[in-house]
Structure formats: structure tokens, C-alpha cells
Write a protein of this length. Structure first.
Length: 456
């Protein structure tokens, strides 16, 4: 029986951490291109041996990571090791933040995917432009050229939560698979407790640590926090804030999610939606989710009943990891509006796709009930109007009856007096009218003389 000895096994491929040594350069469009063929970028399959391809990709990604970190530092960010107080050679995870967070009135927290490195949105987008596929353009847009002194930025690191003892650095799972081996065909190293980072064992613990140990100590009375979360990073923020909303409610201004992972079935208490102070109500009014869709950026999408917030198109229709590069400008615009209008509440938008059969039936019953209530109200108005007319007629009849009773109750003498009174008044009135009229007076005298002559 023949056995291969280690000395007979092929060595693990090794490549320099240098773009030029790998055969690449950065052109004037900030794109990584091959020196031998400037029209071509990176290609994964450079060898029939897949281990060769994995190691080559990791070397190139290592160069890209260093370029991105250098640019982010120039943009105003600094490295902070977690847990706090850790030395460089102790297990830790690095994050990026602006200096003097306690002096900032507004802090934007970015929580990326667990499969990406610090400061990287998507490596596939980086090959179209380093700043495009990383957080460099985003950071420069937030911090500007130093004029936005009231805005702070924190970039969490949910991807590099594995400690590599040999190189003494935190790495992602993809990098772990590409770490050097004694021989090419050996299996990957086994993880143990030595590879765990205290208080940051997974992305949920890391999110909690960032909120409680980085943000909470610098929060002031007037501090407002915006959250941008991607995939599981956003889910970690949603779960944490849902649990401790009574603590963070005065400070959270708005939330934007890329590829949301929370569901109304397990992560969100929809029973508190009608309570204005609840986290569920906050999600419905001051949170947006951007979904994978090729429709124009910002187009309304179905998804409220599943995610608990209004959903919009990211403009990216192929790769989930490219949602943030495609939509972060729209996210910042939305968060800026919320920061300028603390009382703003977005209306819940339901599309046909959001409604199942039970919900459709319920809405139909509600509409039918509203119609019946409207008809009943009209009938009641008609009845009230008829009752008013009848009441007026009864009052009029009662008044006439009272008048007749009053007249009937008078005595006969009083009635005669009442009847003669108008005649007397008329005679008196006629005599008063004749008085002062010469013709009338002469006529009266002539009549009196005729009466006297007749008597004689």
C-alpha cells in the first residue's frame, strides 16, 4: 500500500499583497484592470485548481481592503477595536467611526452584511469602481469636507467576527476559507474558542455591543440616531430595538433597510401597531425597506404585511449585495428629511400583493359596512326632517286652538263691546276726518236747516 507523505504534497499557492505583483492597476476611472489587458478586470477562474483561484482572489481582496481603509481614514474615520480596551495582538473586531461622537447631535450607524468585510458593500461592485462598491463615496457624502461637524458616523463590522490567531486579525468566513495551509490539499482549519471574539461572537451580539458600548455612552439629550442596515445587519438592529425600545425611543430618528430580513410573523409585535409609542408603529411610519427590483429607484413595492414597513425599489434587480451601492443616496435623502422633520409620519401603503384572501374579505366587509352606515345616516336625516315638519304643524294647530278658546271664553257683552268698538272708532274717525273740512261743515249745516224747516 502506497501512502503520500506531506513532503510529496503540492504546496499551498501564495501570492503577494500587491496590485502590481498580481498583475493589476487602478485606471483613471478608479477601476481595477489587468496590466496585460487594460480592457479586462478581475476574473475568478485563473487556474483549473480551485484552491489556486481562492488564494488568488483573497490576495486581490486583501489589496482592495487596504486601499479602502486608507481612503476611509482620509475621509475622516478612525479604527476602534472591540471589545474596548483590547490591544492589537488580542482578539478583537475593528469598526470605523468619527472622532468626538459625544459632540455630535446626529449619528448615522451603518450595519452591513455578515458576509462582507469592513467598509465593503460588494466586491462585484468594486471592480466597477473602488469608491462605488465601498463606503468611501457614502462617507464623503455624509461627512462632506468637514462642514457637517454635527454629524457622526459609525460603521459596524458584522462580517469580520472570526479571530485568526496566526495573523492576529479579525477576518470574514470567506477569508477563513482562504487562509494559508501547510499543503494545498489539506482541509480547512478547525475553529475553537480561540477564534471567538469576546462579546462579539456573532452579528447579533456585535450589534448589541455597538449600541450599548459605543452609542449609549455618547448619547446626549438632543442626540438623534439614524440606522442603515443591510440584510442580517438590519435584522440585528430591528431585534435589538424591539426589545429595548423604551430605552432608545427618544433617540432613534429613522431606519433604512436593504434586503430586510425581519418578518411580522416572528420579529415584530403587530398587536401594538395602534399604539403610537410602540416600536411597531415607529417602523410603519419612519422606516423604509429597499428591495431587490429592477424598477426605477424609489418605486413603491409590496411588502408591508411581511416586513412591517413601507417598501421601495432599490433599482438593483440581480444581486442583493448591490442594493446599498444602488440606493444609499435615496436612503440619505430620506433620513435627512426625517432629521429635519421630527414629527413626520409616513402613511402605510398597501398594494394588492400585500392582501391575502382574509384581508380582502375583511376590507370588503368594512367597505360594505361603511356604505350601510352612510345609508342609515341618510335615512335618519330624512326621519328627523319629517319629525321637524310634523312638530311645526302641531305647534301651529295648538296656537290656533288656543286663540279660538280665548275668543269663545269672552262674555256676550264683552263680545258686543268688542264688535261695536270698531264701529265707534270708525265713526269717530270719520268725524275727525270731516273736522276742518269747509265743504263738509257747510253740507252738515244745510242738512240741519232742512231738518228744522221740516219740523216747523
Amino acid at each position: 500500500m502506497y501512502v503520500w507523505q506531506n513532503k510529496d504534497l503540492p504546496p499551498d499557492p501564495d501570492f503577494p499583497l500587491d496590485l502590481k505583483g498580481l498583475g493589476f492597476y487602478i485606471n483613471e476611472s478608479d477601476q481595477i484592470r489587468q496590466i496585460a489587458n487594460p480592457e479586462e478586470g478581475y476574473k475568478y477562474k485563473v487556474n483549473r485548481n480551485d484552491r489556486f483561484n481562492v488564494r488568488f482572489r483573497e490576495s486581490l481582496n486583501g489589496c482592495i481592503r487596504q486601499i479602502i481603509i486608507d481612503r476611509l481614514k482620509k475621509a475622516g474615520l478612525e479604527i476602534l477595536r472591540l471589545p474596548l480596551g483590547r490591544d492589537e495582538d488580542e482578539s478583537h473586531v475593528p469598526i470605523l467611526k468619527t472622532a468626538d461622537l459625544a459632540q455630535k447631535s446626529r449619528i448615522i450607524v451603518v450595519i452591513g452584511e455578515p458576509v462582507q468585510d469592513l467598509g465593503v458593500w460588494a466586491y462585484r461592485s468594486i471592480h466597477d469602481g473602488i469608491n462605488l462598491g465601498s463606503a468611501v463615496d457614502f462617507t464623503e457624502a455624509v461627512l462632506g469636507d468637514g462642514r457637517n461637524k454635527d454629524i457622526g458616523l459609525v460603521m459596524a463590522n458584522t462580517g469580520q467576527l472570526t479571530w485568526h490567531c496566526a495573523s492576529q486579525r479579525a477576518i470574514s468566513r470567506q477569508t477563513w476559507l482562504a487562509t494559508p495551509r501547510p499543503y494545498a490539499n489539506w482541509g480547512q482549519a478547525t475553529m475553537s474558542w480561540r477564534n471567538k471574539i469576546p462579546s462579539n461572537g456573532d452579528w447579533q451580539q456585535h450589534v448589541q455591543y455597538v449600541f450599548e458600548k459605543i452609542l449609549w455612552p455618547v448619547v446626549q439629550k438632543d442626540t438623534r440616531i439614524d440606522v442603515i442596515g443591510m440584510s442580517e445587519g438590519g435584522l440585528g438592529a430591528i431585534r435589538y430595538l424591539q426589545k429595548d425600545w423604551h430605552v432608545w425611543k427618544p433617540y432613534i430618528s429613522g431606519i433604512c433597510l436593504g434586503d430586510p430580513q425581519q418578518t411580522t410573523h416572528t420579529d415584530i409585535d403587530m398587536g401594538t401597531l395602534t399604539d403610537p409609542s410602540s416600536f411597531t408603529s415607529f417602523l410603519a411610519s419612519r422606516c423604509r425597506a429597499y428591495l431587490l427590483s429592477s424598477t426605477p429607484l424609489g418605486s413603491r413595492m409590496a411588502g408591508y404585511r411581511l416586513f412591517g414597513c413601507n417598501c421601495y425599489s432599490s433599482g438593483e434587480g440581480l444581486n442583493v449585495e448591490c442594493i446599498i451601492p444602488a440606493s444609499w443616496r435615496d436612503m440619505l435623502k430620506w433620513l435627512d428629511m426625517l432629521a429635519n422633520d421630527p414629527g413626520y409620519s409616513e402613511h402605510v401603503m398597501l398594494r394588492a400583493e400585500d392582501m391575502d384572501e382574509d384581508m380582502r374579505r375583511g376590507l370588503d366587509e368594512q367597505v360594505e359596512g361603511e356604505k350601510e352606515a352612510e345609508v342609515a345616516e341618510d335615512d335618519k336625516d330624512e326621519e328627523d326632517e319629517a319629525a321637524d315638519v310634523q312638530c311645526q304643524q302641531e305647534l301651529k294647530a295648538a296656537a290656533e286652538a288656543a286663540q279660538e278658546d280665548k275668543v269663545a271664553g269672552l262674555g256676550e257683552q264683552d263680545l258686543n263691546v268688542a264688535k261695536k268698538a270698531p264701529e265707534t272708532e270708525n265713526i269717530k274717525s270719520d268725524s275727525e276726518e270731516d273736522k276742518g273740512n269747509p265743504v263738509a261743515e257747510i253740507t252738515q249745516i244745510v242738512d240741519e236747516l232742512k231738518v228744522t224747516d221740516a219740523a216747523a
